[in-house]
Design a protein around this ligand. Structure first.
Ligand code: UT7
Length: 331
């Protein structure tokens, strides 16, 4: 029987216009452009401004661009997955809002919450539906409006995160391209280092939680950093080894953009030089579930059919993983 794989057949993306520079952050918290640049690699990030602008606004823009570029009829979309930790509302799912806004009237849709690994977890889910033969067109969106849960008085977190969203289309193929292999993991013990304290069912929102600034990202940066460096590099190494991938045949490392130092450690673990590492952290910062699809969006024109891509992520949960994708088209 011919093997069906899930191929990425198009990419869309969106980042808001407003640019929050390191210089502007210097006026908000006690920090310097020099500290941020050397410790993280970030120079600026995008911020979605305006009243009642949720992450769906960016998701809709990314999916509309994807539809325009691929020329599909939105009515053909079977499933739309949205990976995010900054949903417009607790419910309904942001995926439902986006699917309806883009005219995907025959689709079912739901959100996936796996923080910075959200996009690769959702890619795995979408690819499984395609491989099963049940669905033919699956849209996977990753995006976050991190500015909505950022404490702009906390210099240890507010300098890192930004807003943005990207989307890919998955379709079946019998060619030797598409999502080839993956290793995905999670460990709830990571909760203590990276979480948002209130607003969920454990500690619902109240005056006290607002006064206590508990609706923002809480992160113990150096602890997360250590777990991220080890786990993202190790899992990428494991996936590379079992697929006989190495410096000579990996065309691109596509790493989650949290900190340039974590990216460099992962590249060095699999022996890849900087020219093969997709990077846009200096312009967008950490957009959580948005980073990997936004990298594909930025680098799409440089990708060729048959290129070997190794995606890798680490984030809140903890969640982490690596996905091996063979690129399916020339732009
Ligand atoms: O994507 C989701 C997963 N998240 C991550 O992967 C993030 C992982 N963590 C990191 O990227 C880094 O830990 C940070 C960028 C958050 C922090 O960098 P670091 O090198 O780990 O710094 P640190 O937390 O160990 O702090 C070193 C010093 C401290 O001062 P003292 O105690 O040595 O006097 C901090 O108070 O740097 C200070 N500091 C700052 N100084 C200037 C922390 N933030 C800032 C800042 N500007 N923005």
């Amino acid at each position: 029987m011919t093997k069906i794989r899930a191929a990425i057949t198009g990419v869309g993306g969106y980042v808001p216009d407003y640019i929050l520079t390191n210089k502007e952050l210097e006026t908000m918290v006690e920090t310097t452009d020099e500290w941020i640049t050397t410790r993280t690699g970030i120079k600026e990030r995008r911020i979605l401004k305006g009243e009642k602008q949720g992450v769906s606004v960016m998701g809709v823009a990314a999916v509309k661009e994807l539809i325009a570029k691929t020329g599909i009829d939105p009515k053909e979309i079977d499933l739309l997955l949205f990976a995010t930790v900054t949903a417009d509302m607790t419910f309904p799912a942001t995926a439902n809002i986006v699917a309806t806004e883009v005219g995907a009237v025959n689709a079912f849709s739901y959100d996936i919450g796996a923080a910075c690994s959200g996009f690769i977890f959702a890619l795995s889910t979408g690819a499984s539906y395609i491989r099963s033969g049940m669905y033919k067109k699956v849209v996977v969106v990753g995006g976050d409006k991190m500015s909505a849960i950022m404490d702009y008085k906390d210099r240890t977190t507010c300098i890192i995160f930004g807003d943005g969203a990207g989307a890919v289309l998955l379709e079946p193929t019998t060619e030797d391209v598409g999502v080839m292999d993956e290793i995905l993991r999670s460990d709830g013990a990571g909760e203590q280092y990276l979480h948002m304290k209130a607003g969920g069912s454990r500690i619902p929102a109240s005056h006290a939680t607002v006064d206590g600034r508990q609706h923002y990202v809480y992160q113990e940066g150096s602890a997360v950093f250590k777990f991220a460096v080890t786990n993202m590099a190790d899992i990428s190494g494991q996936l590379a080894e079992r697929n006989k991938l190495n410096a000579s045949n990996i065309d691109w490392l596509v790493p989650h953009q949290a900190n340039k130092r974590i990216i460099d450690a992962t590249a060095s673990r699999i022996g890849i030089t900087e020219d093969k590492v997709m990077m846009n952290i200096e312009r967008y910062g950490n957009t959580t579930a948005g980073t990997i699809p936004l990298l594909l969006w930025d680098y799409e024109k440089r990708l060729k059919k048959g290129d070997n891509l190794l995606m890798a992520a680490f984030g809140g949960g903890f969640t982490w993983g690596a996905v091996y994708v063979k690129w399916a088209y020339n732009s």
